[in-house]
Design a protein around this ligand. Structure first.
Ligand code: SF4
Length: 368
């Protein structure tokens, strides 16, 4: 892997480091393992209503963003999140980037319940002052064995093999380890990355980064990693219901409905949430509970008016042209709409690229 010379400052937004977007302050709330209690979701819902534009945005890393925050919003928001247990460490707030398979422990495909490991990893991460220096883009992933997180290319990833063992990987190769040492090894890998990096944000950006980190850990990774990704779509999966949120934008009424259906929701990295199977009242507020919906797999960046770089209001256009585009590219495909060539929030691979160019859109580079 070629080294990447980073010259920019890491401006990854958080709750304290709010990004000033064209539509006001943008705060990103890290949700390790995607887990929110119903009470925490309601705190976020109310904060969006009272401090922002009312929406909760779900991100491609399973976090939650509030937009349109007014000048006093960030302080008030951080107070609310601290009280709700969503800001356990001020110093670590932007580095708690921990993904876990959202259906873990809830269906037959789950080889091991990785959610408790995600919680343990998060606590241990916040206990290590030096790890507050990790870049805001550094990512940990805990895959319960189904392969749903493979395409997200985490810096330090673990995939369950069985109840006792997992495959730890830092890129292309893995090493078998026992579950009880997983949190410690993942954090040791992060510390080793900080020791070998210069300005880079990800292990893959460091020349021979994977090898250097493995050497520091005293590990030899030999097993090739499975690279195929299992896509989790809306619908019932064992004890769970996966609910797609159109364009990842959770409106007040929708968030209020999700608060009612159980004690906990899990945010996925696919702009959906996991709630108990049998939950009702969700389709009525515009949420998607079946895989055949025209919304399934459709994502968009912020676009106008939220982003100053945007050449179009991609979310309004995506909504208006949803049926038309599905007829052109085929229903059920992943489609990502971008307001400019940065393509923020795009899926890692295998998607139809819809790009605003100022006087219309290109679809996979072609004008349609
Ligand atoms: S892809 Fe471009 S227009 Fe869309 S949010 Fe990113 S920078 Fe803004």
């Amino acid at each position: 892997m070629t080294a990447v010379a980073r010259t920019e400052v890491d401006r990854c937004p958080g709750v304290l480091a709010v990004h000033q977007a064209a539509d006001g302050g943008l705060a990103r709330v890290r949700v390790p393992g995607g887990r929110l209690t119903a009470t925490q979701l309601d705190v976020l819902r109310l904060a969006a209503a009272e401090l922002g534009d009312g929406r909760l945005e779900l991100t491609s890393r399973g976090n939650v963003q509030l937009r349109g925050l007014h000048a006093d919003g960030p302080q008030d928001l951080s107070d609310r999140l601290f009280t709700a247990g969503l800001l356990p460490s001020i110093a670590h707030e932007r580095v708690r980037n921990i993904l876990a398979s959202p259906l873990s422990g809830l269906d037959q495909q789950s080889r091991y319940d990785v959610l408790p490991v995600a919680t343990a990893l998060d606590r241990a991460l916040c206990d290590r002052p030096a790890l507050a220096d990790l870049p805001g883009r550094f990512l940990f992933a805990l895959d319960d064995g189904r392969g749903d997180l493979a395409e997200l290319a985490a810096d330090v990833a673990v995939r369950a093999l069985d109840e006792r063992t997992a495959l730890l990987s830092l890129g292309t190769r893995g090493v078998q380890v026992e579950w009880d040492v997983v949190p410690e090894l993942m954090l040791a890998a992060a510390e080793a990355f900080l020791a070998v990096r210069d300005q880079e944000w990800r292990i893959a950006e460091v020349a021979r980064g994977e090898d250097l980190v493995l050497e520091r850990l005293g590990l030899q990774a030999t097993e090739a990693l499975p690279t195929e990704t299992t896509r989790v779509v809306a619908g019932v999966h064992g004890d769970a219901l996966v609910v797609t949120v159109p364009l990842g934008s959770l409106m007040q009424e929708q968030a209020a409905a999700l608060v009612q259906v159980g004690d906990e929701v899990r945010i996925t990295p696919w702009r959906s949430v996991v709630v108990p199977a049998g939950s009702t009242g969700l389709e009525e507020v515009g949420l998607v509970t079946t895989p055949d919906s025209i919304w399934e797999g459709v994502t968009a960046c912020a676009g106008q008016p939220g982003c100053a770089k945007a050449l179009a209001d991609v979310r309004a256009d995506a909504t208006r042209m949803l049926g038309e585009l599905a007829r052109v590219v085929g229903r059920g495909r992943r489609v990502h709409w971008s307001g400019c060539e940065r393509r923020c929030g795009k899926p890692a691979a295998g998607f139809v690229d819809v790009l605003a160019v100022g006087n219309g859109y290109l679809v996979d580079g072609e004008r349609v």
